[in-house]
Design a protein around this ligand. Structure first.
Ligand code: TXA
Ligand code: MG
Length: 303
């Protein structure tokens, strides 16, 4: 199933492929012309570095000079999985990939088709397979919405997690989460037995993960929080309730998640895209706590 796609990649082309988080737009990490195509197709600023995807630890070691004990512990605990590690890069990793940084972001996706593809091609750079500024794609049809019906997409169905990977800088002391994701700061602390910084909450640390400074993931509909005394009555508004839901029957524009936050995470970008396709003016979201990744993506969509 992956042969046609690995063929395109080996010839320097670009394809979209599924991961457990979101669909990625892949190119051969060692082919500069192929990597340039990624920035061009997405309309991505060249100062936003790419994640290199690997299918085994040896492939990761071919990209990075040292895997510290902490990094090794996280790899053993969470790979394959939605965790990206920022590690010191080897010289052979293209500056184009890291935007000139001395570090490279590496991850091993937990998806059968992704791993099969990478085994055939070697390391693949892959940002999310959306036009810059659009919500990340969590279904093959989202990729086709952005890049056209003929774009080569390896279809793995809907992504299991639906939000982009947790990005951790393991070269800093203490380790720093640069982008929150399915693997939480508490998950990382439990495995490492040490305190970890939430870098995404500190503006002065943001340049360390250059991508976080861009407004991302925003639909055309205006995303906002529900007001305290508001009722979900406007037919031009899509209402999402992550936690407490309003009394009364569910309507086509009101979706209750009853604290099933992982389900909302899986749905969120699809809801954003649906809202635009169906012409909603606004997406109103009920307030909730303690879900760093969801909060981060929703607040980014609010701009
Ligand atoms: O789940 C994911 O991570 C998806 C799937 C396709 O794997 N990929 C993804 O890639 O979300 P992208 O390009 O949309 O986001 C990559 C993030 C950006 O915020 C970027 O700035 C950061 O990782 N990043 C990449 N290399 C870095 C580095 N060397 N140091 C710090 N941050 C880095
Ligand atoms: Mg992205």
């Amino acid at each position: 199933m992956t042969d046609r796609f690995s063929g395109i990649l080996k010839r320097g082309g670009v394809v979209a492929f599924p991961t457990e988080t979101v669909y990625g737009l892949a190119a051969d990490a060692f082919n500069p012309d192929a990597v340039k195509k990624i920035f061009h197709i997405k309309g991505r600023p060249s100062d936003n570095p790419l994640i290199v995807h690997v299918s085994d630890r040896q492939m990761a070691e071919s990209l990075t000079r040292v895997i510290s004990p902490a990094a090794g512990t996280l790899i053993d605990a969470f790979w394959p999985g939605p965790l990206t590690l920022v590690l010191p890069k080897r010289r052979r990793v293209l500056d184009l990939v890291t935007s000139g940084l001395a570090t490279v972001a590496v991850r091993m996706p937990d998806h059968r088709l992704a791993l099969q593809l990478i085994r055939q091609t070697g390391p693949l750079v892959a940002p999310s397979a959306n036009l810059s500024g659009k919500p990340s794609p969590t279904r093959a049809e989202h990729v086709r919405q952005d890049f056209g019906l003929d774009f080569p997409v390896l279809d793995g169905g809907p992504c299991r997690i639906g939000l982009e990977s947790t990005v951790v800088d393991v070269s800093s002391d203490p380790c720093t989460v640069l982008r929150p994701g399915f693997i939480t700061l508490e998950d990382l602390e439990a495995v490492l037995g040490q305190h970890i910084q939430a870098g995404y909450e500190q503006d002065h640390l943001q340049p360390r993960s250059p991508g976080m400074k861009y407004s991302h993931y925003a639909p055309d509909a205006k995303v906002r929080w529900m007001l305290d005394d508001e009722h979900p009555g406007d037919p031009k508004t899509m209402y999402l309730f992550p936690g407490l839901s309003p009394a009364g029957p569910e309507k086509s524009n009101v979706k209750n998640y009853h604290h099933r936050y992982h389900e909302l995470a899986k749905d969120l970008y699809d809801r954003f895209r649906q809202a635009d396709l169906q012409g909603y003016a606004e997406i109103a979201i009920g307030k909730f706590d303690n879900q760093a990744a969801l909060l981060n993506r929703i607040e980014k969509a609010m701009g």
